[in-house]
Structure formats: structure tokens, C-alpha cells
Design a protein around this ligand. Structure first.
Ligand SMILES: *Cc1c(COP(=O)(O)O)cnc(C)c1O
Length: 300
């Protein structure tokens, strides 16, 4: 590991496990624990550090001076990348989907020195075809290309560390899915017999399943993706979801976001209420962070 990454990670807080108490859990006799990756760092929350760690180590080992990536206008991925790049002394560049605009996330990116290019939806989709670090046409020498969401196999190594930190026995792991990269890392890292469930933040999760399969080093049977809790699509919300997030905060003191973790916990509670999990199951849900994105929503 590059010494710069080690010294950055040394400043991170511990991602603890906390047990949730709620009437539905007692009734159905299941346990729910939260792996608080949102606590790792006030800016670089959760799974974005896990995914970036070994990618950046690779980039640094190649002598890269700049990381180029892509994301939406509220992207947690670009937010983490811009901040870490700033801290490591790496230049960063981001392709942003949509018209030039301003919002708190983009202000942070600019403040941390990320060079922004706003691109049409079509150009943005085209960028998705470039999967390898050196595959983007016309990229500067010394620059390292990182596909959307850090979705490359090196990301799985960092996610495996997240799994290895869980020091209790468990039957089920739940995590929210955007690109499915975090899910793939969990699937590979859990011990045999553990069931892994991804909750899609997007509508139409069938491509997601294929993307996860493509990231896995060997076919696995221990996982599934639930697609019933997207609330209308990526970054869409409904009053029901916002109400759930407020209720969850009051009950547990854990803040969720409406894009990923709110939808997952809503889904977990709904499945528990429906008796989906047999009695005696111990579930660990990954709080992947992402709270900076809440600035795009009217949450209390
Ligand atoms: C990016 C993100 C995800 C999705 O991660 P993938 O690896 O792309 O599936 C989940 N939760 C939060 C909070 C995120 O920011």
C-alpha cells in the first residue's frame, strides 16, 4: 500500500457495528445490525473509500498524476474522489452528466480542484463503454481513467476489508446498489452459507445482475438483487420514503439518505414485516454513507 494512502486511512474513524431495536424485529425474531461505514470519515463516507483505496494504490504505483472519472451532479463517487485527490496531491477531472450548473456537491468538487466537464446524456452514456484505466480515447499522459462509480475489479479488494471487519456471526448481508460493485465485493468476501441481498436504487435492475456477474471472479449462488424499492427510479423519492427516513432517525439516531441507504432500510423493514426472513436470522446491513447527497433534498 502506498504510504500516502496509509497515512490518509490512519486518520479515518472506526466503522462500528450497532444493533437496531424495533418492534418488528422482536415480533419476527430477527436481529438487525448496522455496519456504520458512514462514520469512517465526515467527507469521504462509506463505500466510496472502500472502492477507491486499491484503485488509487494502482494509479499511484503507475505514477499517475491525474485521475479522470464521471458521475452525476450529486455524485458521491466524484465527491470522494475529488477530496481524496486533493489530500493526496493528485489532480482530478470529472465528466458531469447534464447542463453546466451549480450545487453544493459541485462547489465542493471545484473547491478541491477537480476540473469539471459538463456533457450531454448521450456523451455520458458513451463514456460508460470505457472500462480500463488506459482505455479513454484522448486521455492525457499521466492520467488514469476510472469508470462510473469506480466499477472495476480492484474495487472489490477494498470492499472485502469492510466484510472482514464484521466481528460477529451473521446469516444475511444487505447493501444498497448503484453499479453493484460494492455488492460484488461483499458476495466474494462473505463465508459460505451467508446470503447477500442487494437493494437496487434504480428502476429495472436486470442489467445490474449482469454487471455484478461480470465483476465476480467465479459464479456464485449466494446472492440476489431486490428491485422493488426504487421509489420511481434513481434519485426519485416519495413522501413515504422521506417519512421512513425521519422515523428511522428518531428511533435509531442513524441518518439515512433517500438515494441508497433509505431505500435499502425501507426494503429491509418491509421484508421483515412480510416474514421474508426466518426467525433467528441475524442480518447485517451496510450503511454505505452518502449523506453529502442529502443536500439535494429537503430533509430535516
Ligand atoms: C455509490 C453508493 C452506493 C452504490 O455503490 P455501488 O458500488 O455503485 O453499487 C451505495 N450507497 C451509497 C451511499 C453510495 O454513495
Amino acid at each position: 500500500m502506498h504510504p500516502k494512502l496509509i497515512s490518509l486511512e490512519n486518520q479515518f474513524a472506526r466503522s462500528i457495528l450497532t444493533k437496531v431495536s424495533a418492534p418488528c424485529l422482536d415480533r419476527e425474531q430477527v436481529e438487525l445490525w448496522i455496519k456504520r461505514d458512514d462514520l469512517l470519515h465526515p467527507i469521504v463516507s462509506g463505500n466510496k473509500w472502500r472502492k477507491l483505496k486499491y484503485i488509487l494504490n494502482h494509479a499511484l504505483s503507475l505514477g499517475a498524476i491525474k485521475i479522470v472519472s464521471m458521475g452525476g451532479a450529486y455524485s458521491n463517487h466524484l465527491h470522494a474522489l475529488a477530496y481524496i485527490g486533493h489530500r493526496l496531491g493528485l489532480q482530478t477531472e470529472g465528466f458531469i452528466r447534464g447542463e453546466p450548473q451549480s450545487n453544493p456537491t459541485l462547489s465542493d468538487l471545484r473547491r478541491w480542484g477537480m476540473h469539471l466537464h459538463f456533457v450531454s446524456r448521450e456523451d455520458y452514456r458513451n463514456l460508460r463503454q470505457y472500462k480500463d484505466w488506459n482505455s479513454l480515447p484522448g486521455i492525457d499522459t499521466g492520467a488514469y481513467w476510472l469508470p462510473e462509480g469506480g466499477s472495476v475489479d480492484l474495487a472489490l479488494q477494498g470492499v472485502a476489508e469492510l466484510v472482514s471487519e464484521i466481528d460477529i456471526l451473521y446469516d444475511v448481508v444487505c447493501c444498497p446498489c448503484g453499479t453493484g460493485t460494492t455488492l460484488a465485493g461483499i458476495i466474494e468476501a462473505v463465508r459460505p452459507g451467508v446470503q447477500v441481498i442487494g437493494f437496487s436504487a434504480l428502476k429495472g435492475g436486470s442489467f445490474l445482475k449482469r454487471d455484478v456477474e461480470a465483476l465476480l471472479t467465479q459464479p456464485r449462488e449466494n446472492w440476489d438483487i431486490v428491485t422493488d424499492y426504487h421509489f420511481g427510479g434513481f434519485a426519485r423519492t416519495k413522501p413515504d420514503l422521506i417519512e421512513f427516513i425521519e422515523h428511522f432517525l428518531n428511533e435509531t439516531s442513524v441518518q439515512l439518505d433517500p438515494i441508497y441507504t433509505g431505500k435499502m432500510f425501507y426494503g429491509i423493514y418491509d421484508l421483515i414485516e412480510k416474514g421474508f426472513f426466518p426467525a433467528g436470522r441475524r442480518i447485517v446491513a451496510m450503511h454505505t454513507g452518502g449523506l453529502q447527497g442529502n443536500r439535494g433534498f429537503c430533509l430535516t
